[in-house]
Ligand binder design. Structure first.
Ligand SMILES: Nc1ncnc2c1ncn2[C@@H]1O[C@H](COP(=O)(O)OP(=O)(O)O)[C@@H](O)[C@H]1O
Ligand SMILES: [Mg+2]
Length: 420
């Protein structure tokens, strides 16, 4: 059969009268696609935010959960004891108008009254973590009270062989007759202040880092021993070791001044196995080691070297020696920061290390040439001093800004706390 050419004659498609419907169709499809993408992205974003929110609420709750003290320690904080202490203090008149404010910040304020330091607490910003059992109703209590009782004991003065700041007393008292009662924590006043204050005073003594290391290394060694006991015997971590939390006591008959150091500010003390230590706030957001004993020990070494730097007459030669690892104290620093560390014996091994790398007791340190680093400083680029400060501050502070933001802790939900 022949092909009939004419059966289906080719007809040229009629030209569209206008290009608009095509564009319309295309843009509608594109619009729908974009809309779907936007909705998917928004849903994913919302799910991500919800997950982040839940994660941080959970982590904050862990952070503000109670510190568990060992059985032996708990006996010391038996209710009868704190009530006795509070009772005897409550009999004294609380003359707030005579208190002198000497410090304070986020968590509360610090006042001086005669020879006693009084600490107050802002519980809306930083909730009280521990609870006291009571037959009637449980009472929330600052963790600092039981922690200081366990570590420093109840003393009117700091003993000459003390390693921890003691507690002078504690009581629940209202600021005014109309206000509800709030906790006050009382400690003996140490006029020498903390390591930061001492370092600033030492600057006028024209000492180089060798002189300073020779004078203060025994103080560090003693504190490392105290930290090892805190970790080993009590199973507790300080969790907030820094210059302003190491206090200095002075005795009139002390041969070398400012050398008796005590650990203080036990508001962040937690047991080694506390869940907070492995939280995102601690590990991912703040570069902390999940073993709090390593953090404590490394932070104590960092605190010491920062103290030497602040007190030193020549920061340039200090910084060069720091990076060159040529002085005993810089060797000690880098071996603590870079070396292998076993959590359970971190403080003890650093103490052994410090004893084996004794300070150089005499001689002027060789001045180091700063070279290209100083040029960087002049040009506004990262220079030696800045790099040194950054290195020393790394891992020294825990930040919960992100947790508070995503955990919506502001006026909306507040900071989550566990049950009493
Ligand atoms: N007993 C004290 N003697 C001398 N100074 C103190 C005493 N207690 C606190 N201070 C000063 O107040 C600062 C803050 O006290 P601290 O106990 O560390 O509370 P915070 O929780 O606010 O850090 C300290 O760094 C120190 O300078
Ligand atoms: Mg403090």
């Amino acid at each position: 059969m022949g092909f009939e050419e004419t059966a289906y004659p080719y007809t040229k498609p009629a030209r569209r009268s206008s290009w608009r419907p095509e564009v319309k169709q295309f843009s509608q499809r594109r619009f729908r696609f974009l809309l779907r993408c936007t909705v998917a992205a928004a849903v994913t974003g919302i799910l991500f935010l919800v997950a982040l929110h839940r994660q941080y609420r959970h982590d904050l709750q862990e952070k503000y959960s109670a510190t568990i003290f060992s059985n032996d320690s708990e006996r010391r904080i038996h209710r009868s004891e704190w009530e006795a202490s509070a009772g005897s203090l409550a009999e004294r008149p609380i003359q707030r108008e005579e208190w002198k404010r000497i410090g304070g910040g986020w968590e509360g304020e610090i006042f001086l009254y005669e020879d006693t330091v009084i600490k107050t607490f802002v519980t809306t910003r930083s909730p009280l973590r521990n609870c006291l059992d009571s037959s009637s109703s449980p009472t929330r209590i600052p963790t600092e009270i039981p922690a200081t009782l366990v570590l420093g004991g109840l003393q009117d003065e700091v003993a000459e062989d003390a390693d921890f700041l003691p507690l002078k007393g504690y009581l629940l008292a209202p600021a005014t007759e109309t206000e509800p009662a709030s906790w006050l924590v009382l400690t003996p006043y140490l006029p020498s202040g903390n390591l930061q204050n001492v370092a600033m005073r030492l600057r006028s003594e024209n000492l180089n880092h060798r002189d300073l290391d020779a004078r203060f290394r025994p103080s560090l060694n003693r504190l490392l021993g105290a930290l090892a006991r805190m970790h080993g015997e009590h199973g507790l971590c300080h969790d907030d070791i820094k210059l302003s939390n190491v206090f200095v006591t002075d005795y009139l008959d002390a041969t070398v001044s400012d050398t008796h150091w005590v650990l203080a500010d036990f508001g962040n003390v937690r047991e080694v196995t506390h869940p907070y230590h492995s939280s995102v706030i601690c590990t991912r957001d703040s570069e902390q080691n999940a073993d709090c004993r390593i953090n404590d020990a490394v932070r104590l070494i960092k605190t010491y070297v920062t103290f030497l730097r602040l007190a030193s007459i020549d920061t340039v030669s200090f910084d060069s020696a720091f990076w060159a690892e040529i002085e005993p104290w810089s060797e000690l620093y880098w071996s603590a920061v870079k070396g292998a560390r076993l959590g359970s014996g971190a403080a003890e091994s650093f103490q052994d290390n410090s004893l084996s790398i004794a300070p150089i007791r005499s001689g002027e340190p060789t001045p180091q040439v700063e070279g290209a680093w100083s040029l960087g400083c002049l040009l506004g680029l990262p220079c030696l001093a800045q790099r040194t400060e950054e290195e020393m501050e790394r891992g020294m502070f825990v930040t919960e800004d992100k947790a508070r933001l995503f955990g919506a802790t502001g006026t909306l939900l507040g900071v989550p706390t566990g049950e009493c």
